[in-house]
Design a protein around this ligand. Structure first.
Ligand SMILES: [Zn+2]
Length: 274
């Protein structure tokens, strides 16, 4: 991508019950750059909506269903999870999307190594299947907000190295919550970006997909999303680090006020560039 783009997580609040058509118009009027399609409760989109989504020039990413656990002890749940990711990848690719993200799974009491091996095996199935059909969309496990969920930054970087079309979706708020308040200074943001660049190369820095929101957390990690100004999320220094590392791609705002914080981020970033 040629710059850092600011996307809303789903349709803007001010869209009310209206469809994608109106939602895209709002984003364009606000000078926002795109939308993450929220397939979190299932990959459902009507044919009419597909046409609208396909026609917009805004950037599209997608969030796969929440009901995914590639490390479930029940094989049919693992298989259903694999299928949900493939379906998200196929529909989003068909819609001209850039990247998809998902929460890969839980440790389920297994060691980090066992969990990694199991998730890796499932990601291989997914990428093999997508390769067969020529689908080259980015497949991105998201950094998670709780220690019980697989997916710290190092695990996802390791997995990304093994597959051509796998890269991290860096949820900075999740990492801040996962570690109970750290990962919130300029130096920490810079270290993460440096690690990604060093381990995965320019392709990762030039094709970024990230999530950001205000967040509430405890020693157990993520509790809930908040609006940025109601939280301690240090988004200003994060934006500064993203600018300094010349990160390009999609930054998706997941605050409850959706488009307001998305605009706040975009405007704050613009002042840094000016
Ligand atoms: Zn997510």
């Amino acid at each position: 991508m040629d710059k850092l783009n600011f996307l809303t997580a789903g349709m803007p609040l001010s869209n009310g019950n209206k469809g994608y058509d109106n939602a895209f118009k709002i984003l364009e009027d606000m000078t926002l750059d795109g939308m993450e399609l929220e397939f979190v409760h299932g990959v459902r989109i009507s044919e009419t909506s597909k046409k609208t989504v396909n026609e917009t020039n805004l950037i599209k990413t997608a969030h796969a269903p929440f009901y995914i656990n590639l490390n479930s002890k029940e094989e049919e749940k693992v298989e259903a999870s694999v299928q949900r990711i493939i379906e998200t990848a196929n529909v989003t690719n068909e819609l001209g999307g850039y990247s998809i993200t998902f929460h890969a799974g839980f440790y389920m009491g297994n060691s980090k190594e066992e969990t990694y091996a199991k998730i890796r095996e499932q990601i291989k199935k997914i990428t093999d299947e997508l390769e067969k059909t020529g689908n080259k969309i980015w497949i991105r496990p998201e950094t998670t907000g709780k220690a019980t969920q697989w997916g710290d930054l190092k695990e996802i970087i390791k997995l990304s190295k093994e597959f051509e079309y796998v890269l991290p979706c860096v949820d900075f708020s999740h990492l801040h919550a996962r570690y109970n308040g750290s990962h919130n200074t300029y130096d920490e943001f810079a270290q993460m970006l440096e690690l990604i660049g060093k381990e995965l190369g320019d392709v990762a820095i030039n094709n970024f997909h990230a999530h950001l929101a205000g967040i509430d957390y405890s020693s157990k990690g993520e509790k809930r999303h908040l609006n940025l100004e109601e939280s301690d999320m240090n988004y200003k220094d994060l934006l500064r680090a993203l600018k300094d590392f010349n990160v390009k791609g999609a930054l998706v705002c997941e605050s409850p006020n959706i488009e307001s914080d998305c605009l706040l981020l975009k405007q704050c970033y613009a002042t840094l560039l000016a």
